[in-house]
Design a protein around this ligand. Structure first.
Ligand code: ADP
Length: 444
């Protein structure tokens, strides 16, 4: 069902089209995160560990040497530029490499070193003299499987006899082929097909089973059931590992169903706060008026880089054209672009090639650009019920307390949207000051 509403400035909006922007594609976001990641994501929280056997000693390592890895594997790790285990790896690696093998459920935000940890575990458990699949890793999409495969290839660079194969759609191999590669990475559907229908993989010989991105996995129709069917056919001595960036109840229930007797490791993420952000709003009549206000702000404060958020693709496009015509260097990040195109736009912005990034809601989740001086809400974030979307507001503007830098945020508000802004102010108990765009001196 779609309804047609008229904007203050007369443009007709189709709410269905607006909502299109709000469909979060978890797998695409996760891939985007991987493509733009440059280094480890830190958290000041402690790693929480729940051992299946609380009386057994808890080991943690501060160096990779302590893990007594194969020489060629250690070389691969150092060649990737890793000096020491990440926070989550300090606890997870000793468990993952223990004898006898232990099962593990690990949750921490993306970028904290989970993939590197399980790739290391798979590489260290492969017996190179045996030419059949020994490690099986399930990923939610073709592209995410490829990303993990790249990590295996980089870290295993010196493990010359270890090979990877992708069980993904389109990778055709004929029935009866003898797979000699030891590590298989694939999507649940194709892996299931290779195991049961085409009998290419003998699951009873798998030693390490990894279920990556469990939160994305359960979001995809059929993947939980397929994964469980695969897991059931694994031998009892097989090590089972599950990773997730988030941990809603649904993920947890799935994890407990699929991983027997697990150890559990969690690392909470750094919380966002509005404490070190100065927030302003400008009252406007319509879209043109908002644009004028934006221009005076832009002229009034010395800006390093700015991110401007719009609620719809249409508004974002309009604003981009206006700003370009006025000679600004802007780029537009929109949901129509492929993940690769989005990654390249974010990279260019990070490198300072563009000063202004205009974007819609979904695209900008997870972008972490520390050099951004101002954030502008050209439209306030609202949910489908047209109520303020507090979480998105916090994501756009908030920063983690540890990066003590002050931030500036501006909200362009049509008069009829003022109550929404007041709700946001109350919700966060944090002042949003009115600003006269003609008088920028008010910004201290
Ligand atoms: P996750 O799977 O949790 O998203 P990754 O394993 O992909 O995290 O790691 C995030 C980034 O940090 C990657 O660029 C990876 O190469 C790097 N990284 C992982 N472990 C280490 C480490 N111990 N030291 C330095 N960099 C690391």
């Amino acid at each position: 069902k779609s309804t047609t509403v008229r904007n203050v400035d007369g443009a007709i909006n189709n709410t269905e089209e607006e909502n299109e922007e709000d469909v979060v594609d978890l797998a695409a976001n996760s891939l985007l995160n991987k493509l733009i990641r440059q280094s480890l994501v830190e958290s000041s929280h402690r790693v929480e560990v729940l051992q299946k056997d609380p009386s057994s000693p808890l080991y943690s390592v501060k160096t990779f040497e302590e893990l007594r890895l194969k020489e060629e594997l250690l070389k691969g790790i150092y060649a990737m530029g890793f000096n020491r285990p990440s926070k989550i790896q300090e606890m997870a690696l000793p468990m993952m490499l223990a004898h006898p093998p232990q099962n593990l459920i690990a949750q921490s935000q993306s970028g904290t070193g989970k993939t590197a940890a399980f790739v290391l575990a798979m590489l260290s458990r492969v017996n190179v003299l045996e030419l059949f699949p020994q490690c099986l890793c399930l990923a939610p999409t073709y592209e995410l499987a490829l990303q993990t495969g790249r990590v295996v290839e980089r870290m295993g660079k010196f493990c010359v006899d270890v090979q990877v194969m992708y069980a993904i759609r389109g990778n055709r191999i004929s029935r009866g082929t003898d797979i000699t590669k030891q590590i298989i990475i694939g999507t649940p559907g194709t892996v299931l097909d290779w195991c049961f229908k085409r009998k290419l993989i003998d699951l009873t010989k798998i030693r390490v089973f990894v279920l990556d991105e469990a939160d994305v996995m359960i979001d995809t129709q059929g993947f939980s059931d397929q994964s469980i069917r695969i897991q059931r056919a694994l031998p009892s001595g097989c090590q089972m590992l599950l990773f997730s960036a988030t941990f809603e109840d649904s993920v947890w229930q799935f994890a407990e169903r699929i991983i027997p007797d697990p150890n559990v490791i969690k690392l909470r993420k750094e919380e966002l706060t509005l404490n070190n952000i100065r927030q302003y709003y400008v009252l406007c009549e319509n879209r043109k008026d908002k644009y004028q206000a934006l221009c005076s702000i832009y002229g009034g404060v010395t800006i390093g880089q700015a991110i401007i958020f719009c609620q719809t693709r249409r508004n974002a496009k309009w604003l981009t054209v206006e700003m370009m015509q006025d000679g600004h260097q802007v780029s537009l990040l929109s949901g129509e672009l492929t993940v690769e195109q989005r990654a390249s736009i974010i990279q260019r912005f990070r490198d300072g090639k563009e000063k202004v990034l205009i974007t819609t809601n979904v695209c900008a989740r997870g972008i972490d650009v520390k050099q951004v001086t101002i954030v502008v809400n050209f439209d306030l974030p609202v949910n489908q019920a047209q109520e303020p979307d507090y979480e998105t507001y916090l994501h756009r503007i908030g920063r983690t307390g540890r990066f003590g830098k002050k931030g500036l945020a501006f909200n362009m508000i049509e008069v009829d949207k003022l109550p929404l802004l007041m709700k946001i102010q109350d919700h966060f108990n944090s002042r949003i000051k009115q600003l006269d765009p003609e008088d920028m001196d008010e910004i201290e």
